[in-house]
Design a protein around this ligand. Structure first.
Ligand code: PLP
Length: 400
């Protein structure tokens, strides 16, 4: 045989998914996984939501064909996504200047944006927050889009580096794009206030910089409406933006790969031109989307009773995470961990930037079978009443 693969170099292990493999291989019965961003209940289980179980029953019973969906997926799904993000009465919906495509997860949405930028706005550089989700730079590098970063996290205050962020945004050239997290910033858990969002949106509009919002955690922060407030600041009449949605977390549909990309243009005519290019991108990436997960989301959102039930289930996940934040702060103090950890309670969403160093994170893994990302990012949903004492004792040991 000709050995073409001889020269292929092994890829580095994915920093987050590699952690899950290491956790699974660890024989310690008391091991704790605070790595990958997946919700877990008090028993460490990632549940199928009861509203999703009911929607599945309905979708399977009603299904008449497995024929292809249109390239952007079902139009009813797109309409339901827009109503959830923007509110049913929004001007963008009334004017029909937004178009939503169903993508395989939020990751699929981001990659569609990457290819769209590369093919249609090749001079645009994409600015990412420092820090950001580890997959962001990798996705855009794969699409051939140049990226750079804007300041975001201030380690001195464990808060938003707002002045530095705004100062940097004021220097960006027209025609570039900025990727912001719509809510529950991953990994820092720190979001701008509504007033700060207003200033950011206004600055980008003044400079002619395209906002791209990654919206993967709607409902995990404060609530469905509150979490969308920042994003809606960018949707002023006539403004252009792109929104990447993921329903992996808030519907617990991780493996079904349900997301969406919404391009909002100045008017409905421009929208159609832009969508023709989005369709071209999708056609060459995955041709058209997988139907099942989006049908579940659409079924839930289009049925008042199911939607109400889902909102309660989402609220339960959010409340559990926030309860664990409070417990964590209390237990860290009880176990004598030095420092003020009250910032953990102020962060939003699934993640907390713990402030633990790379070395401390490594010791937690080697000596205590506690797994977290090297940056010290903790998945708070991995904390429970059953493991919090062991966790805080171990943190005390490595911080001592
Ligand atoms: N964006 C952010 C900020 C995320 O944290 C994630 C998932 O971890 C995603 C996008 C992608 O989610 P999905 O699993 O739907 O591709």
């Amino acid at each position: 045989f000709v050995t073409m693969f001889e020269t292929v170099q092994a890829a580095p292990v994915d920093p987050i998914l590699g952690l899950t493999d290491a956790y699974k291989a660890d024989p310690d019965p008391n091991k704790i996984n605070l790595g990958v961003g997946v919700y877990q209940d008090a028993n460490g289980v990632t549940p199928v939501l009861p509203s999703v179980v009911e929607a599945t029953r309905r979708v399977v019973a009603a299904e008449k064909t497995k024929s292809y969906l249109p390239i952007p997926g079902s139009p009813q799904y797109g309409a339901a996504v827009q109503r959830l993000m923007l509110g049913a009465e929004h001007e963008v919906i009334a004017s029909g200047r937004g178009s939503t495509s169903h993508t395989p997860g939020g990751t699929g949405a981001l990659r569609v944006v990457g290819d769209f930028l590369k093919q249609n706005l090749p001079a645009a550089k994409l600015w990412l927050t420092d820090p950001t989700w580890a997959n962001h730079p990798a996705i855009f590098a794969a699409a051939g889009v140049a990226t750079d970063s804007v300041p975001y996290f201030d380690s001195a205050t464990n808060g938003l580096a707002f002045d530095a962020l705004l100062a940097k945004l004021r220097t960006l050239p027209a025609g570039d794009a900025v990727l912001l997290h719509g809510c529950c910033h991953n990994p820092s858990g720190i979001d701008p206030t509504v007033e700060q969002w207003q200033q950011i949106a206004q600055t980008l509009a003044e400079r002619g910089v395209l906002p791209v919002l990654d919206f993967a955690y709607q409902g995990f922060g404060i609530g469905l409406e509150e979490d969308a407030q920042g994003l809606r600041e960018f949707c002023q009449t006539g403004a252009e933006l792109i929104i990447c949605s993921s329903f992996s977390k808030n519907f617990g549909l991780y493996r079904e790969r349900v997301g969406a990309v919404t391009f909002i243009a100045a008017d409905a005519d421009r929208r159609d031109v832009v969508q023709s290019q989005v369709n071209r991108v999708i056609r060459t990436l995955y041709s058209n989307p997988p139907a099942h997960g989006a049908a579940l989301v659409q079924t839930i959102l289009d049925d008042d009773a199911l939607a109400t039930q889902w909102q309660a289930e989402l609220a339960e996940m959010r409340t559990r995470i926030n309860g664990m934040r409070t417990l964590l702060v209390k237990k860290l103090a009880e176990h004598g961990v030095p420092g003020d950890y009250s910032f953990i309670e102020k962060q939003l969403g699934m993640f907390s930037f713990s402030g633990l160093t790379k070395q401390q994170v490594e010791r937690l893994k080697q000596e205590h079978s506690i797994y977290m990302v090297g940056s010290g990012r903790i998945n708070v949903a991995g904390v429970s009443a059953a493991n919090v004492d062991r966790l805080c004792a171990a943190i005390a040991a490595v911080c001592g």
